[in-house]
Write a protein that binds this ligand. Structure first.
Ligand SMILES: [Zn+2]
Length: 257
């Protein structure tokens, strides 16, 4: 087996999807070829990292049904004998997570599933957005503790002007802001520090339908209030009572627009 052949089989090998004879050949090649062995380790490391760090939500029964229905109706690119529905789902959930190509696919699918689920639940979407910004190191686009810097930066990029206040004297220091997306709309996002914690505050004009006041999603607390003509949704790992008091304070005392 040469490097080309090993490269072709690498993803399926990492996936445990090749027969024992091919497995034996690729094993021998990896033992003798430092370059391919390094690539193989890279595939395994990437898979482990994505498993550890990618936001993950268990699929709801409703989502499973929709994915099943989609798969049942999707035309196969290459005609294959029909598989039982159960096996298709098992392939999606377990097989797709392994291997290089498959891992990238799973990552894309995972993001799609998050987005899909998020449309049904803004609190879940807010947490996914917060986690994504944290992992991408993209929490802050305008770094300032000065409300007179952060507010105009956001106002210039939105069709509304979010109230911005620094509450450092109460322990909530304004760090800056960014533009993010919530409910398919661009939303002003204020970033505060409370002790060692980060708090994301999504501020947008008041909504007709309000999410619940408090929820916990994957260990993050999500608090929501309306006030001063705005909708305030905050996400953080600070305790629920601290977060609730903070968002109520922001909404109650926001200067009128
Ligand atoms: Zn090689």
């Amino acid at each position: 087996m040469n490097c080309n052949e090993a490269g072709t089989l690498a993803a399926r090998y990492a996936d445990g999807e090749i027969d024992s004879l091919q497995g034996r050949s690729i094993e021998l090649h990896l033992r003798g070829c430092a370059a391919c062995a390094a690539k193989h380790r890279g595939v395994l490391a990437l898979r482990a990292q994505i498993r550890a760090e990618a936001p993950y939500f268990p699929a709801t029964p409703a989502l499973r049904e929709r994915v099943r229905a989609l798969l049942a109706n999707a035309p196969d690119v290459v005609p294959t004998p029909p598989r039982p529905q159960r096996n298709r789902w098992a392939w999606l959930t377990s097989g797709a997570l392994a291997g290089c190509t498959a891992t990238v696919f799973a990552f894309v699918l995972g993001t799609a599933v998050i987005d899909w689920r998020a449309n049904e639940d803004v609190a879940v979407e807010a947490v996914a957005t917060h986690v994504r910004a944290t992992l991408n190191n993209h929490l802050i686009e305008v770094a300032s503790s000065d409300q007179h810097t952060v507010k105009p930066w956001l106002s210039a990029r939105l069709d509304y002007s979010p109230p911005v206040r620094d509450l450092a004297d109460e322990g909530f220091a304004l760090s800056g802001g960014r533009l993010d997306t919530l409910d398919k709309q661009r939303v002003a996002t204020l970033v505060y520090r409370y002790r060692q914690h980060t708090i994301d505050v999504f501020v947008r004009p008041e909504l007709a339908h309000a999410p619940p006041a408090l929820r916990t999603v994957r260990g993050f607390n999500v608090a929501h209030v309306t006030g001063s003509g705005m909708d305030w949704l905050v996400v953080s790992d600070v305790s629920a009572d601290v977060l609730t008091a903070f968002v109520q304070r922001l909404a109650r005392d926001a200067p009128s627009q």
